[in-house]
Design a protein around this ligand. Structure first.
Ligand code: F0G
Length: 380
């Protein structure tokens, strides 16, 4: 059998659709190419004829989807001779920025809300050598400070207001189309700062345009002039569905929220930066927004871990919580194909996982009889 070429990251794979020069020094950790896993047990339990896939973005190098955007943003920062990058973060962006800065040999400054980021993410930022700046404020305050300080210091912002981030993140949509050989009918995502739902819509729109002749003039992003010449012809685009935590749901309220709260700390955001783009993605695609309580989010996280063997962080499970509700109600009809993005790995936030788990941890003497009894008593 012939050897397949080694996978070397999404810039190499999608270079013709990314704003990267041929001679660029690419900063990559082999991100992208994540599994699209078809759920078996959950749809059966629902008793509904639907194909539900999860795009397991937690298997990126720093265990979240942020790496897709960061490889492009940091490659461009290095190209522009930037010696430092900066971001505000609920955790994952800071972990990713720290890793890619380390790889590039530049400095990462990360602003995080004190006490409100999951331990795994803090450990990553620290281990990768970022300068961690904890603020006594939330993500939205950090974002404001980053925007202000970037005017006064030689740093490149790598939050998703940096357009290269969205360019990298759009490649998740490319991978899904290539694997399914069409776009799904529905694409469900957790929404925080709203960059990722925007990026996916860009990706789907580009792929649905036929070599330069954009199929729709309505696309907010390229207005019918796809800068990358369009992709293969894909007849359909998904309805984009954005799910939020009820305590941090500006898209449901119709206005910014000042004190967001949720156990899903990754999406504890009240002032999303990509507000207009996310609305455009949802409206153009015929999708919608919805909201979920912390209990519903954690239940979906647990269900996925227990019934399918896939461990994602709480924020990520919002996409599945949403899909399940909408499939049950019929809003997503039978016969549909649905992709849920699992944005980050469950190991990012072990504290929340252990706190909510009801799995028995038995304590027994270190003896054969005791262990055998524990097994026999607990056989399903
Ligand atoms: N899921 C996870 C695990 C995230 O970390 C984020 C965002 C989102 C979903 C929402 O994506 O912001 O593009 O709508 N995390 C950012 C961070 C804000 O700082 O790590 P979005």
């Amino acid at each position: 059998m012939p050897f397949r070429p080694r996978y070397t990251g999404l810039i190499d794979k999608y270079r013709d659709r990314l704003p990267i020069h041929d001679d660029a020094r690419v900063i990559s950790l082999g991100e992208g190419n994540t599994p699209l896993i078809r759920l078996n047990n959950v749809p059966r339990d629902l008793n509904k004829e639907v194909d539900i896939y999860v795009k397991y973005e937690g298997l990126n190098p720093t265990a979240s989807f942020k790496d897709r955007g960061m490889t492009v943003a940091v490659t461009k920062a290095v190209e522009a001779d930037s010696r430092a990058i900066i971001c505000a973060s609920t955790g994952n962006t800071s972990a990713s920025a720290a890793a890619y800065a380390g790889r590039a040999g530049i400095t990462a400054f990360v602003l995080i809300p004190e006490g409100k980021i999951a331990m795994g993410k803090l450990a990553q930022a620290m281990m990768h050598g970022a300068v961690v700046i904890q603020i006594q404020g939330n993500f939205d305050a950090g974002m404001q400070l980053v925007k202000e300080v970037a005017d006064h210091a030689p740093v490149t912002i790598v939050n998703s207001i940096n357009p290269y981030r969205l360019q990298g993140q759009k490649t998740a949509a490319f991978e899904i189309i290539e694997e399914l050989e069409r776009a799904p009918d529905y694409h469900c995502l957790p929404v925080g700062n709203a960059g990722n739902i925007t990026a996916h819509w860009i990706g789907y729109c580009e792929y649905s345009s036929a070599s330069g002749d954009h199929v729709t003039d309505a696309c907010t992003f390229c207005k019918g002039h796809c800068p990358y010449g369009g992709g293969a012809i894909v007849g359909n685009r998904p309805k984009m569905v954005g799910y939020q935590a009820s305590g941090a749901a500006p898209f449901l309220r119709g206005h910014m929220v000042d004190s967001p709260e949720t156990v899903a700390t990754a999406i504890r955001i009240g002032h999303p930066q990509s507000w207009d783009y996310a609305w455009a993605a949802v409206k153009e695609s015929g999708g919608w927004f919805d909201e979920f309580s912390d209990e519903e989010i954690l239940a979906a996280q647990k269900l996925l871990a227990e019934r399918e063997g896939v461990f994602c962080e709480p924020a990520s499970a919002t996409s599945l919580a949403g899909a399940l509700r909408d499939i049950r109600s019929g809003k997503i009809p039978e016969g549909s194909s649905v992709v849920c993005t699992l944005t980050g790995h469950g190991l990012k936030d072990p504290d929340t996982a252990i706190k909510q788990s009801t799995a028995p941890v038995l304590k027994v003497p270190s003896e054969l009889d005791a262990v055998r009894k524990a097994i026999l008593d607990n056989m399903a």
